[in-house]
Design a protein around this ligand. Sequence first.
Ligand code: DOR
Ligand code: ZN
Length: 352
Amino acid sequence: MTDSPTRLEIAQPDDWHVHLRDGDMLAGVVDATARQFARAIVMPNLAPPVTTIAAGKAYRDRIMAALSDELDFTPLMTAYLTDGADADEIIGGFDQGVFSACKLYPANATTNSSHGVTDIANISGVLAAMEKAGMPLLVHGEVTDPEIDIFDREAVFIDRVMSGIARDFPGLKVVFEHITTSDAADFVMSAGPNVAATITPHHLAFSRNAIFKGGIRPHYYCLPIAKRETHRLALRKAATSGSPKFFLGTDSAPHDVTRKISECGCAGLYNAPFAIESYAQTFDEENALDKLEGFASLNGPAFYGLPVNTARMVLERRPSDVPQTFAAGPHTLVPFLAGEQTSWTFAGLQPA
Ligand code: DOR
Ligand code: ZN
């Protein structure tokens, strides 16, 4: 793009990867996502995790009860895969429209993943049934082997697990979630059209240096951990490439500030309140604002087989101040870009 627009209008986006939590945290964060996004793929890593149709329905009901009345938002629920996952329950949930996808957490890879899968062989029957049903598998792509350097865990996962999934289940729809490396971007690009990836605003915005700038900065710590600058640049290239394989997934993952600033701080960034602004800034910096709508609003629905949203989102090139903190009921959340200004501002929705 050579011109430099001051206003953008795109189909309303969806968030294809978000943590809405539960209880008072859910009540405090759901509107921030629903203000910008028409739909969101809601992660199932609650304690206990969402593994049954009944639990998926009940969680969806709690999300709708927590949502402000004036917001039009559809949560798309996911089932958490365990070693003992039951194919009939999973596919039944998909057929009934309760589950849109399954989430694969390697056991102990991240927050509330202790019930995750210890060996992919344990769920091969479920993956075969999902392939047959057309149900997407959403993958947290990191090995958990403590011998493997934390910065290598995504690349090693491709060799040890992801390439095997793609080989053994060639028709399975797979989303490589929150990719952080050029290895993952390359893997997705060279795989078939049934393999896609989400990319977060924060992995596009900073490299691992930010975690250690002048000291240790817990608000930049998430999993998969940010990698070196060359990987960030590869992610920016993939996101702005126009390829339908890459789409928006914030991985907004709120934790109370006391859980972030701690001797053993939790992984996760809370980026929901200024999510589209931060993506717009990246696309603008890459001179690729004409590719934002595909990434944010078109590629995800195409992959999931859903219609594009009919409402339109307006963005304006003017600064917004990101607060230092947000209150979520009794919780204090420090957002991504706290105290900074975004260069773009979400200026509202135009109904269909
Ligand atoms: O940083 C992260 N936070 N990565 C994840 O995979 C999980 C998430 C969370 O739930 O807090
Ligand atoms: Zn996540």
